[in-house]
Design a protein around this ligand. Structure first.
Ligand SMILES: [Zn+2]
Length: 315
């Protein structure tokens, strides 16, 4: 089945094949594969206003109006921030300022600050902002990306599990490029739709408007005026981790139509049975369940210790 109603954000082609008609909760959601380049996206792509409306109502529903994230969430976010800092550290010579778009509760901004960087960020949701500023002491403002003036302000821009949520990654990346100093860096993380991270029938959901392969992520970022410096992930990882450098905007994007066939084959390779029959699945699952329990017990102490240290450092 094809539909001409969407123009691909990456290659501009309107030849999309519908590859799924339901989301991970079996609700109706059409997902299209661009036959011009292999980018996977909602059909139709929701507008920015629709995306904002979704987050305004959905976010409250997910957290029941809580103003403080759970200890497990904080511990995970902090450990993730430590992993990101360690991964990027060898490439950060000359980097002084760090700016995160979609900073969440603010752990990554704070981690980079504790490592000596001038670190700030923006986060459109305000539910956890009091916690971010008063308990983490992180410099994260409630500002929408497109409301930021387009003047260079950072040596390194972080985009962690954010690019898949934009109505147009091209528009967002073009805007963000202007916030980065010449020769500055852009670090992007997002799910890998061609990695075996989920079974096919649980793969898609509304919040992820775009689903990237390693190639379509690289091409989407590079066509907006960046060059890949290092890819920390491989084709089978559940998430993509890529570091780019700001450069001139290329005249034409290089994408291959053959890539759509590769993306389709990778997405469909894990049906429910083969996914759960993977030799590593069961042992991984057992480890995961026991680590959840350990994590729950450990998180309380971890967060009390962390917030105590940050408070001491701030006073
Ligand atoms: Zn395309």
């Amino acid at each position: 089945m094809t539909t001409p109603s969407v123009q691909c954000d990456l290659c501009g082609c309107d030849n999309l094949e519908i590859i799924s008609q339901s989301d991970r909760h079996q609700q109706a959601l059409d997902t299209g594969l661009c036959l011009g380049c292999g980018l996977v996206m909602h059909v139709p792509v929701p507008s920015e206003a629709e995306v904002n409306e979704y987050y305004a109502s959905r976010y409250r529903q997910d957290y029941h109006g809580e103003s403080q994230p759970s200890e497990r969430r904080i511990m995970r976010a902090w450990k993730n921030a430590e992993r990101i800092h360690a991964q990027l550290k060898p490439a950060l010579n000359g980097v002084d300022t760090v700016f995160e778009v979609g900073a969440g509760i603010g752990c990554t901004v704070k981690k980079f600050e504790t490592e000596g960087f001038k670190a700030t960020g923006i986060e459109p949701n305000h539910d956890f902002n009091a916690f971010t500023r008063q308990s983490l002491f992180a410099n994260v403002d409630n500002v929408n990306l497109f409301d930021l003036e387009q003047t260079p302000k950072t040596d390194l821009l972080l985009l962690i599990h954010v690019i898949e949520h934009f109505s147009s990654p091209r528009k967002a990346l073009t805007h963000m490029r202007e916030l980065i100093h010449d020769d500055g860096l852009l670090y992007v993380e997002c799910p890998n739709v061609t990695g075996p991270f989920a079974t096919y029938d649980r793969m898609f959901h509304y919040a992820h408007i775009y689903n990237f392969s390693p190639k379509t992520l690289q091409a989407s970022v590079e066509q907006c005026g960046f060059k890949l410096v290092e890819c920390f992930s491989n084709d089978d990882d559940p998430d993509l981790h890529m570091l780019f450098k700001k450069c001139d905007v290329p005249k034409a994007a290089v994408v291959s139509a053959d890539h759509a066939d590769w993306v389709r084959a990778r997405i469909k390779q894990h049906n429910v049975l083969s996914y759960h029959a993977r030799p590593s699945y069961l042992s991984k699952r057992v480890r995961k369940v026991s680590s959840y329990l350990m994590e729950y017990m450990k998180a309380k102490d971890f967060v009390a210790d962390l917030l105590g240290r940050l408070k001491k450092a701030d006073s």
